[in-house]
Design a protein around this ligand. Structure first.
Ligand code: SIN
Length: 286
């Protein structure tokens, strides 16, 4: 397995592997190690079927079935991230976010496997949130350390879920206005890894509505400053998808953004997600 950094700060292309073959314990350990250092791993020319994608996912953590997103009919662990050529609405994941931070135990990471790509555009951006934390001023670190941010699913459901007619044509389908998704979840604004001590800014620009102990109006300007800081170009990489590409990313330490610039073309990828340690363990490590 060879590791080729994509930028100086985030991402690696992993070469020399055929992910259709079984993943040994040693290889699984090397892949987890690479993910913890590079945060986004890109595997080219893999053309994985769903069984191989699930084996890869399981090498990183226990596969999870996420609520609120309608999975594939015959496999509850797999979500089809699909936008049809004639769908002129927004795109799933079309703003900076980490996946599903509004659930009690957000997934540790995601795997996205290209099925059909537009001839241009449809890239995915990723931002390193370990660096985002490291480069905050001491004053802002003091304010955020030990403070919870409040995540709510509703903004996604209302603002970004494709309209009902699009959903019925096969685009990704999300529950809207579910009281469970719309309840407030408290997660630390900075996550401290219980094993490595790694710290990452954990503020989701789509789902975080405010900080604990502060109103939405007080939190908004601060959240805007932090979003701009967290997505500074120096912290980012841009993934150009090619046929057969598979990507794995760390949801606790990155944000990502699906670029909606391929109108008139179909884009389809398959997404699986894996679990990490309970948020309570990260809270205890802080
Ligand atoms: C996602 O947000 O999980 C999808 C990203 C993408 O489609 O590039």
């Amino acid at each position: 397995m060879q590791e080729h950094p994509i930028t100086g700060t985030i991402g690696a292309e992993i070469a020399g592997l055929d992910l259709k073959a079984p993943i040994s314990d040693d290889l699984g350990r090397d892949l987890r190690d690479a993910l913890s250092r590079r945060l986004v791993l890109v595997f080219r020319d893999q053309h994985l079927d769903i069984a191989a994608q699930k084996r890869l996912t399981a090498a990183f953590g226990a596969p999870v079935e996420l609520p609120y997103i309608v999975p594939m009919a015959d496999d509850a662990q797999v979500v089809r991230v699909l936008k049809e050529a004639d769908d002129h609405s927004g795109t799933f994941g079309g703003d900076w976010h980490s996946d599903m931070s509004f659930v009690a135990e957000p997934p540790a990471g995601s795997v996205l496997n290209a099925v059909q790509l537009p001839p241009f555009g449809g890239d995915t951006l990723f931002a390193n949130q370990v660096l985002a934390w490291d480069h905050l001023s001491p004053g802002l670190k003091d304010l955020l350390d030990g403070r919870d941010a409040i995540h709510v699913g509703k903004p996604y459901g209302v603002k970004w879920a494709p309209p009902a007619d699009t959903q019925s044509r096969g685009a990704i389908r999300m529950t809207r206005l579910d009281p469970e998704a719309d309840r407030e979840r408290f997660h630390p604004a900075v996550l401290t890894d219980p094993v490595t001590g790694r710290r990452s800014l954990y503020l989701n620009p789509i789902y975080v509505t405010r900080f604990d102990g502060m109103t939405e109006a007080e939190s908004r300007p601060l959240l805007d400053v932090l979003r701009n800081h967290a997505t500074r170009p120096e912290f980012c990489m841009r993934l150009r998808w090619t046929p057969g590409t598979v990507v794995v990313w760390d949801n606790y330490a990155t944000l990502h953004y699906a670029v909606n610039d391929y109108a008139g073309h179909r884009r389809e990828l398959l997404r699986t997600t894996f679990a990490g340690r309970p948020i309570a363990d990260w809270r205890a490590a802080a």
